[in-house]
Write a protein that binds this ligand. Structure first.
Ligand SMILES: Cc1cc2nc3c(=O)[nH]c(=O)nc-3n(C[C@H](O)[C@H](O)[C@H](O)COP(=O)(O)O)c2cc1C
Length: 158
């Protein structure tokens, strides 16, 4: 359960976060993304109902809908868009703003809600807000929260 402080993020901080997303690298510099910044509580609530684990969008100060071309066309689309998302999350973190991704399982309902064109697709959104407890931003990973170094990292051969 994500607990947000429901404290408004200043406009210039939101612009900074979005600008960092625009600076992300991408395959052949295709920049395969558009971002819809959402602050209307009604829209965030409606979007939160379009994913099984998207409830944290409801009540967040800001939602970012990450639109891409059809990701089944090229593996790099989601790779690139994922990097833009991660950079925005890190930029937010630096300003004390927490975030969480939300997988959207009803893309056509999302299109109707947010009125974006047919050639774009919404698979992942991000909720952002100041956390109710700021300590959470620098808390160590929970036990079992990450697989171990030796399980993941291989030198020279897999
Ligand atoms: C592609 C992707 C989709 C995700 N979808 C959701 C989601 O629908 N709901 C959610 O609460 N978290 C979602 N997450 C967040 C992950 O669950 C989270 O990063 C992971 O559990 C590790 O948590 P931590 O980074 O807080 O340690 C998603 C993450 C990724 C990378």
């Amino acid at each position: 359960m994500h607990q947000y402080a429901q404290q408004p993020i200043p406009e210039d901080s939101i612009h900074h976060i979005l600008n960092v997303g625009l600076r992300a690298q991408s395959a052949k510099n295709t920049q395969p993304w558009h971002f819809i910044a959402i602050r209307e509580p009604y829209t965030l609530e409606a979007l939160s109902n379009l994913g099984t684990y998207a409830g944290h969008l409801n009540g967040a100060d800001l939602g970012l809908a990450k639109l891409t071309p059809d990701p089944s066309q090229c593996y790099s689309i989601m790779f690139d868009a994922g990097q833009a998302a991660a950079y925005m999350q890190l930029a937010a973190w630096e300003m004390g703003v927490g975030s969480c991704l939300a997988t959207i399982y009803e893309p056509e309902a999302a299109r109707e809600l947010l009125e974006f064109p047919q050639d774009l697709h919404l698979n992942v959104a991000i909720s952002l807000d100041y956390p109710a407890d700021p300590e959470i931003l620098s808390a160590p990973s929970k036990a079992g929260g990450r697989r171990s170094f030796s399980e993941i990292v291989h030198f020279e051969r897999g």
